[in-house]
Design a protein around this ligand. Structure first.
Ligand SMILES: [Zn+2]
Ligand SMILES: [Zn+2]
Length: 456
């Protein structure tokens, strides 16, 4: 057992306090030269087994870093998904260190804090995509990489004891609709600089083949809209701005106004408008006016594609939404996946709409692509391992089975070593790659401030 609690000048450590052995609640620490850098600080959201109850929101146990907060150089936030930033507004007062992120991510952090009735974190520092920045002993390049949200980053972290490439969440997409298309040169160059450890997203490691491009959704939605004569409601993840832009553009081309129902959609769309991500031709309409438009002039994005209690889609399905009511012949398109665990509640939602005579389209009943994932499948992983050529891979962002599959893929691509472990295990990268089990206490804790957390 290593009794050392702090990394020395020859050490390069990786310590996950969340997100390793689970999907959600990512909180990673990188240690070197008596200093720590935090990558992401997310929450876990579990739907309650009790009908009509609020979902359970949890944060990682951070006592390890709380006890040495003066050594924390900052929090680097890779992107604006709740499992990567959601705990910051509840926890930042413990550390009061700088919080670094790109403009869109910072904007989402600020607005979500306000919605939750929490103080907006101080020390928010905007980073430019592609820039190199020094945080204590760590030099970090913020690389653009496709996912399912704008301004997503992978981090190239260099210290005198070695180099890490932390992928964050990613996929290979040559036509992501927003942001830089995949450039193999960018990642080959990282590999040429010599990567000791590649900390890599494992979510879809068990999916064979290549991940599908965001551009593949457009023809399917076009085809559906060309047949629909009534109102069209679209359920998709609020943060998928490329998807919202694509569908809103198609709606505008077919003479429809575009509305939004649900607070989390309004927040994300506002942040994206601020950054100029929407096509200027889109005819947005205030939600209170939607109900007065002719049916064939309406397309509305609505929250609740996971069947969340109190969200707009759930209210529409039982005719309890104050802004509009649906009629037989209207359509609901689910341009989203089913998060495991939500199957029953989503199936019930489909049935409620169908009973009202509403056309329901979802990835399970449409032949062409209606949703694509933002995570790498097997071939994406293979391609990236061949470009980055790391000495060691550390699979993260997955349950044990996903981590194991990702490790096998890496080894079959010629990576020397895969380090497997869970939250609280210490992954030593330098001087010698190895895992020390149970180095730090971890666990899930209820979010300390539950005020107004249901922002669907
Ligand atoms: Zn993500
Ligand atoms: Zn994630």
């Amino acid at each position: 057992m290593n009794s050392k609690r702090k990394p020395g000048p020859d050490d390069l450590w990786f310590l996950p306090l969340g997100g390793c052995g689970e999907i959600g609640m990512n909180l990673n620490l990188i240690g070197h030269n008596s200093e720590w850098l935090m990558v992401d600080c997310g929450i876990n959201i579990t739907s309650s087994p009790v009908p009509n109850a609020q979902p359970l929101i949890e944060i990682p146990n951070t006592e390890f870093i709380d006890q040495q907060k003066n050594t924390l150089q900052g929090i680097l936030v890779t992107h604006a998904h709740e499992d990567h930033f959601g705990a910051i507004s509840s926890l930042w007062t413990r550390w009061r260190c700088p919080i670094y992120a790109l403009a869109f991510t910072l904007s989402v952090i600020q607005r979500k804090a306000l919605i939750r009735g929490l103080a907006v974190p101080e020390n928010l520092v905007e980073i430019q995509i592609g820039s190199t920045n020094q945080y204590g002993s760590f030099s970090v390049i913020w690389h653009p990489i496709a996912h399912s949200i704008p301004e997503n980053c992978g981090l190239e972290i260099t210290t005198s004891a070695g180099k890490i490439f932390h992928s964050g969440d990613w996929k290979i997409d040559r036509s992501p609709q927003i942001g830089e298309p995949f450039k193999s040169k960018r990642f080959a160059a990282i590999g040429q600089r010599g990567v000791d450890a590649f900390i890599c997203d494992s979510t879809n490691a068990q999916e064979p083949g290549n991940s599908l491009s965001e551009s593949e959704v457009e023809p399917t939605v076009k085809r559906i809209l060309s047949h629909e004569k009534g109102r069209v409601i679209v359920g998709c993840f609020s943060s998928n701005i490329a998807r919202i832009n694509t569908i809103a553009k198609i709606a505008t081309e077919s003479g429809r106004y575009v509305g939004l129902l649900g607070r989390s959609l309004a927040v994300m769309v506002d942040c994206a408008k601020e950054r100029g991500y929407f096509d200027p031709s889109i005819k947005w309409i205030d939600s209170q006016h939607i109900g007065y438009l002719p049916r064939d002039e309406v397309l509305v994005f609505a929250t609740g594609s996971q069947g969340e209690q109190g969200a707009a889609l759930t209210k529409l399905a039982v005719d309890l939404h104050p802004a509009m009511a649906l009629d037989a012949g209207d359509a609901v398109i689910f341009s989203s996946s089913i998060i495991p665990g939500n199957e029953v509640v989503i199936e019930r939602l489909f049935l409620k709409f169908e009973k009202l005579g509403i056309h329901v389209f979802h990835p399970g009943n449409v032949d062409s692509t209606l949703h694509v994932s933002g995570h790498p499948c097997e071939n994406d992983l293979r391609q990236m391992y061949q470009l980055i050529c790391p000495n060691v891979v550390i699979p993260v962002h997955g349950e044990e089975v996903h981590l194991g599959t990702n490790a096998d893929i890496a080894l079959s691509c010629g990576v020397n070593k895969a380090l497997l472990g869970l939250n609280g295990d210490l992954f030593c990268i330098s001087p010698e790659p190895r895992v020390i089990k149970g180095f730090a206490n971890t666990g899930r804790l209820p979010l300390p401030d539950r005020r107004n957390n249901n922002d669907t």
